[in-house]
Design a protein around this ligand. Structure first.
Ligand code: MG
Length: 280
C-alpha cells in the first residue's frame, strides 16, 4: 500500500493510492501520524477515489512531531568521499554509527522548493536517502525483531549546507534549515517489500545521475540501528530515521560542485517513487 498526504479543496487529508496509482482513496485519520498509530490493519479507505491530478501532494508526514534521526556516512564509498572533502569534519576513527538530528518544522513536498538561503549558505548539497518510518513504540527491540517495528519507507533528501555543517562543531544547524527536508512522494508500507529492503536508490541533478546504489549496502543496517537506538531511547510511532546517503554528493566531486537556484534534484527509490524538487 502507498500512503500519501494531500490537499483537496484546501483541506489536508491522508489516503491510499489505488492500484493503478492514478487516484487516491481517503483514510479516516486526521493526519499521517494518526494513521501510523492506528496500525496497518486499520488502514481501510473510506470514500470515493479522487484523481491524483485533482489534488496537491504534500510530504507524507508534513510536520513530524520530532526531528528526523539521521545516520551519517552509512555507505562505505560516501564515507570515503566525505573524508576526502574535509578530513577533520568527517573522518571516522571507529566503526560506530554516526547519529545526528535534523530539524524539520515543515517537510518540503514533491515538486516543492529547496530554499538555497542566499546570504547564509554558499555550499548547498543533496543527499538521497531511504527513510524508515517507525510503526509502534520501540524500546529495547532486538535486531531480529526490528522489522516488526517498521511501518514503511519513504524517500528523503537530506539537504545540507556544507559550509554551515562543517563551520560549527556539530551538524545540526547546517542540516536543519527551513526547506532542507524534501520527503515523498509516498510511504510504501513495510509489507510490500522483504526486510531489509534491497532497493535501487539514485539521485539526479538536472538529469545527470550523481548517486546510484542499493539500500541494502548500509554500514549500520536498519535492524541494528533500531536495536541500538531503542536500547536507550524510546522510538515513537511516526519516528523518521534517515539511513544515510550513498556516494556521489556534490562535495565528493573533484572539484566539489554545489547546488544553485534553478537546479532540479530528483531522488528516486525503486518501488517507492520519485521525489523531485527545484532549488530556489
Ligand atoms: Mg544524510
Amino acid at each position: 500500500m502507498k500512503l500519501i498526504t494531500y490537499l483537496e479543496n484546501g483541506r489536508e487529508k491522508v489516503g491510499a493510492l489505488t492500484a493503478d496509482e492514478a487516484s487516491v482513496r481517503p483514510l479516516p485519520f486526521a493526519d499521517m501520524t494518526a494513521a501510523i498509530e492506528a496500525g496497518r490493519d486499520a488502514l481501510v479507505p473510506a470514500g470515493e477515489p479522487v484523481a491524483l491530478k485533482d489534488v496537491t501532494l504534500l510530504a507524507p508526514i508534513p510536520r513530524p512531531r520530532q526531528d528526523v534521526i539521521c545516520l551519517g556516512m552509512n555507505y562505505l564509498a560516501h564515507a570515503k568521499e566525505a573524508a576526502q572533502y574535509d578530513k577533520e569534519a568527517f573522518q571516522q576513527e571507529k566503526p560506530v554509527a554516526v547519529y545526528f538530528s535534523k530539524r524539520v518544522t515543515e517537510a518540503v513536498p514533491p515538486e516543492g522548493y529547496i530554499d538555497s538561503h542566499p546570504g547564509l549558505v554558499r555550499r548547498l548539497d543533496y543527499e538521497a536517502e531511504l527513510a524508515v518510518i517507525i510503526g509502534k513504540t520501540a524500546k529495547d527491540v532486538p535486531a531480529e525483531k526490528a522489522g516488526d517495528y517498521v511501518f514503511g519507507y519513504t524517500v528523503l533528501n537530506d539537504v545540507s549546507a556544507r559550509d554551515v555543517q562543517t563551520g560549527h562543531k556539530q551538524w545540526y544547524f547546517g542540516k536543519g534549515l527551513d526547506g532542507f527536508t524534501p520527503m515523498g512522494p509516498c510511504i510504501l508500507t513495510a509489507d510490500e517489500v522483504p526486510f531489509p529492503p534491497a532497493l535501487d536508490i539514485s539521485c539526479r541533478v538536472n538529469g545527470e545521475t550523481r548517486q546510484h546504489a542499493r539500500t541494502d549496502e548500509l554500514i549500520t543496517s536498519i535492524a541494528d540501528t533500531i536495536a541500538e537506538l531503542s536500547s536507550g531511547m524510546t522510538l515513537l510511532p511516526g519516528t523518521i530515521i534517515a539511513t544515510g546517503t550513498p556516494a556521489g554528493v556534490g562535495m565528493g566531486m573533484d572539484p566539489p560542485v554545489f547546488l544553485k537556484p534553478g537546479d532540479v534534484v530528483e531522488c528516486e527509490i525503486e518501488k517507492i517513487g520519485l521525489l523531485r524538487n527545484t532549488v530556489k
